[in-house]
Structures are given as structure tokens and as C-alpha cells.
Design a protein. Sequence first.
Length: 244
Amino acid sequence: MLTQEETIGLIRRAKNGDEQAKEELVKANSPLIKSLIKRYLNKGIEYDDLFQLGSLGFIKAIYNFDECFNTRFSTYVVPMVIGEIKRFMRDDGAIKVSRAIKSQNIKINKYIEEFTKNEYRRPTYDEIAKQFSMDPAEVIFTMDSAKMPISIYTPAEDDDSKTTFLLDKYATDTSNDMIDNIVLKEVLRNLSERDKQIIILRFFRDKTQSEIAKLLGVSQVQISRLENKIIDKMRQSILTAEEN
């Protein structure tokens, strides 16, 4: 097992684009990921898919981890991995964020702002949890979940700094009724796991193509090509649904 100091060093390197550091972190923590996904083995999801979801949650933890909260990385990882699996199981890959979570996150952010102003440091997750009578893991899950945009009209910054919308990617002259939430969810459901993952990260979690490329271990150019192909596929599926 890595020490906390070794872990922090690898996290810093991974955030700066060091793929080897990211691989070392995943390898060293794979026993933790495996132990967390065991409880979901009888939930209708294949082991390999569970491990992929767990690994995605773990990689998200690497990039989202903030040393300012003064918590151990392993503590931060657990709700991130479990949250990734639970969100997938709950929504079958379609991301939703409840009003309660968004409302709680607003309160947490206000508390962090006031605490930082008064104490000249950011509060720890334990301090936030105590303030709101929550479990620290629940605090992490709430703050992470509320980062995700939930509208297809939400802007996403391209790597060339141009703002695009998921809607704009496959808008046509046909009625906008074809892109209602029911049809969109069905289209997402029919995508392969890889394609669904790219679309969710790109347009529902506001990730750039470069960020997704790092998460998936491929080049930005590959993500750009895949994204265009997936959008074309979604457009055709939506047009077919409209015709039917």
C-alpha cells in the first residue's frame, strides 16, 4: 500500500497529465476498488462492468481530490466509487441530480465560503459533516453529484474554447419534440457502454475532450472523432423515434 505522502505525490503528477502516475494509483488501489464493488455483484451488472464503473469513480476521485480539505485520499475514494455505481444502477446511465442534492450543495458551498473567510482555511469534510449532521461520505457524494449539469441545453466548453450544446450537436429542422427527455434517455440506453460514458462525461458532467481523453487513456483526437460518430448515431436514433 502507498503511504499518504506517496499517494499525494502521484495525484499531483496525475493531475498534470502523468499517465504512469495514474496507472500506479489505480494498480495500488485496485484491491480497494474490488472490495467496494463486491456488494453489487448480485445486482444484475457483470463484474467487469462493475470494475469499470468503480475505476471510473476512482479516476474521478484523482482529478477532483482537493488537498485543502485535509482528508485522506482513501476516505475520499470510497463514496466516489460507490456513488458512480449507484448512479448507474439508479438511472441506467442517465444522469439526474435531485433538487434536494442541489439545494444541500448550495448550503454547503455557502458554509465553506463563510468558514474560509473567517478561519483563513477551508473546512475539512468532517467539519462540514458535523455542521450539517451528515456523514463525511455523504458530504463528498453531495458535492460531487451537484457538479453535474442535467440539461441538454447546458453549455460545454470545447478544447478550442468554443461553447457548444448537446442539443446543437444533433438539432435538425424537425420538431424539437423529438428531443424530449424520454427519447433522449432511450437513445442513451441503446448506446454501448463506452459511447454512453463519453456522452455522459462530455455533456452531463461538463468535461472537455482532453479531460475525457485522460480519463479513458486515449488521445483528444480519438475522443473528438468518437464524439462526432456517437452524435451522428444519436441523431439517427432520434429521427427514427420521431418517424415512429
